[in-house]
Design a protein around this ligand. Structure first.
Ligand code: SME
Length: 151
């Protein structure tokens, strides 16, 4: 599926405004893009990242991550996208799944505050392109106001 079609489908999911709409978006991303092996949303609660809705073959033990720790915590601290082509070469990386080769983390902002992030692990090395970054930034912006009501 091309990114513009995916954005349209995510808009439709969010328009339904169901209580579990974030879970539906996460399920959609994980099942639509072959390289998105595991998709999760971390939410900032009490100054730490806490795992919210996720989709993938297995649960992660990293349900809570302090801001600043790992790739997820780095993105939450800087507010910048982390796109790690090879997780083994990044010392900050906290391993969740043996199969993961690359990872992208996209912060979710509400106004200027980071309220969460999209975290995607891929079983492929260098899975995430600049197009993925642009696409996932749009998804993060779309999720933003729903996360306020979710948390
Ligand atoms: N790899 C992440 C931890 C979260 S799991 O990928 C789901 C990190 O380095 O912060």
């Amino acid at each position: 599926m091309i990114y513009t079609q995916a954005i349209q489908q995510i808009k439709e999911i969010l328009l339904k405004n169901e209580a579990d709409n974030i879970q539906h978006v996460v399920d959609f991303l994980q099942s639509t893009f072959d390289s998105y092996s595991w998709v999760g949303i971390y939410l900032v609660k009490n100054s730490i990242l806490q795992l919210g809705p996720w989709a993938g073959p297995q649960a992660t033990e990293h349900k809570k991550i302090p801001i600043g720790d790992g790739v997820c915590g780095a993105a939450a601290k800087s507010g910048k996208i982390e796109n790690i082509a090879d997780v083994q070469s990044d010392k900050r990386y906290l391993s969740c799944f043996l199969s993961t080769r690359s990872e992208i983390v996209v912060p979710i902002f509400c106004n200027d505050e980071i309220i969460g992030e999209i975290d995607i692990d891929s079983d492929m090395t260098n899975a995430f392109s600049t197009e993925d970054e642009v696409f996932l930034k749009k998804v993060a912006d779309m999720l933003s106001k729903h996360i306020r009501t979710y948390s």
